[in-house]
Each structure stands twice: as structure tokens, then as C-alpha cells.
Design a protein around this ligand. Structure first.
Ligand SMILES: [Zn+2]
Length: 260
């Protein structure tokens, strides 16, 4: 109350403008934690948006190292990180923690496929920021098992997709088509680590990355705030070159193993 009568108090409050947004529950967001899978281009943007929105507890998972080719799309990585071949999860956690004092970010070095289910259960939402479709399916099914909402984001060139999967709703596998099924068998890294099948490096730039990541985080904030339901079971499709945003309904596939 004292704060409300002090002239200029709003200028000292980091989240003052956020608190003025009706649907945004900044208190709930500050009390929540997120598991971020992938510390690449999307992961950098997602973490930035989460902590600037007031979230103070995160875990970031990645097995890869920082390369110089990452620097055009990753706001938290530096030339020194690339030179020293820093682990992406550690470099992102270190830099993001210094952006907002009091933020606690746990870096986890490892593959999504090797994570214990307890790590999912420790968090309120899971954000998939992965370039490997197989890992995304794995993350979605394990989030469902842990009863934690999963928000998937992916992009290729100027095309981006965001999908919200709640524990009782349709999953990424329900939304898959035959093309995805072929990709699911592949496993590769953008740095060439642990490659079992080479994919051509896809074109990517920061503007599409920023937009897709922002949409994913906004769905997470809507979900946590409970005042503006997220687009559950609907795929957000973004085409940056045509400036098109579309929503595609995804239904539970009776043949999907995640619902049996
Ligand atoms: Zn499914």
C-alpha cells in the first residue's frame, strides 16, 4: 500500500507495465518454473522472454557446444563462448541469469532422450525448442506422462509452428504426418555432433526465430495466468515471407500410442 502512494513508485517496479496487462498474472508467473529443452536459437529467445516476463526459476537442457555460426541468432552467446566452445546450456544460463538479478537457472548438459521423468515433474511448463523432431516427440510424450503442459516450437526458414499440448489433449504425434514420420527416424545436430544421418543445414534467421519464440512463450504465459486460455490442441502456423498466421485444429488420433 505504501508503494502505491509514493510518487514515481511505478518507475522502480521492473514489472510495472506487465502488471497493467489484465490477462497476465505476474504473481503466478514469478512463482512458476519452466523446463526449456534446447539452448539454440529458439531457446535463447524463449529464455529471454520468460525471464523478462518475471519468471525466476528455469532449467535449460542441451548437449551441444556454442559455435560461431550460432551467434547471428542467439542473443546470449558471445564470441568468447564460441572460441572456448562453451556448453550452450551453461552459456545461456550464465548470461540470462545476469540479465535479471535473482533469476535461478539450472543448466543441464545432456540429451532430451536421457532426461529423468522427475525433471519434467519439477516444473510447471515444458518448452520444446528443439530442431530434432524425434526429440520433440519424446519431450511431448514424457511431458504428458509427467502431467505437465508441453509447448512445442519449430521453424524452417521463414516457416514457424507452435503447438500447445496439455496432458489430456492431442499431442505432437497426433499432429504428425507421413513426412514427420520419416524425419522422426533421423537424428542430427546443427554442429555435426553425433550425426547418424546428414540433413542439409536449413536456412534460419533471427526475425522468424524471434516471432516463433515469442508466440511459444505467450502461450506459456497464457497457460500459467489462467485468465486467457492457450490455444490448446491447435497448431499455430506462421509464414514469415507471406506474413500469414493461421490456426490449424489438431484432434486426438485414435491410433496415436500416447492416448491408448
Ligand atoms: Zn497423440
Amino acid at each position: 500500500m505504501d508503494q502505491q502512494i509514493r510518487v514515481g513508485f511505478e518507475k522502480d517496479d521492473r514489472l510495472d507495465r506487465s502488471r497493467r496487462i489484465e490477462w497476465l498474472d505476474t504473481k503466478k508467473i514469478s512463482e512458476s518454473s519452466a523446463l526449456v529443452l534446447g539452448a539454440g536459437a529458439i531457446g535463447n529467445e524463449v529464455v529471454k522472454n520468460l525471464i523478462l516476463s518475471g519468471m525466476t526459476r528455469l532449467a535449460i537442457v542441451d548437449f551441444d557446444i556454442v559455435q560461431r555460426s550460432n551467434l547471428a541468432r542467439c542473443v546470449f552467446f558471445t564470441e568468447i563462448d564460441a572460441l572456448q566452445k562453451s556448453m550452450k546450456a551453461e552459456a545461456l544460463a550464465r548470461a540470462a541469469s545476469s540479465l535479471v538479478p535473482g533469476t535461478m537457472i539450472e543448466p543441464v548438459i545432456g540429451r532430451v532422450e536421457d532426461l529423468p521423468i522427475d525433471l519434467y515433474k519439477k516444473h510447471d511448463i515444458v518448452l520444446g525448442c528443439l530442431d530434432n523432431f524425434n526429440a520433440r516427440l519424446h519431450a511431448n510424450s514424457h511431458s504428458r506422462f509427467a502431467r505437465v503442459p508441453y509447448i512445442d516450437s519449430g521453424m524452417q526458414g521463414a516457416i514457424g509452428k507452435v503447438f500447445v499440448s496439455l496432458p489430456n489433449g492431442p499431442c505432437l504425434e497426433c499432429a504428425s504426418n507421413i513426412t514427420h514420420s520419416k524425419i522422426a527416424a533421423l537424428r542430427y545436430s546443427c554442429t555435426g555432433t553425433s550425426v547418424s544421418f546428414y540433413m542439409p543445414l536449413v536456412p534460419a534467421e533471427i526475425t522468424t526465430t524471434s516471432i516463433v519464440s515469442a508466440m511459444a512463450v505467450r502461450e506459456g504465459l497464457r497457460l500459467l495466468s489462467s485468465k486467457a486460455p492457450p490455444l490448446e490442441g491447435q497448431m499455430i502456423y506462421y509464414d514469415g515471407l507471406r506474413s500469414i498466421l493461421d490456426i490449424m485444429q489438431v484432434d486426438i488420433d485414435p491410433n496415436c500410442p500416447n492416448h491408448s
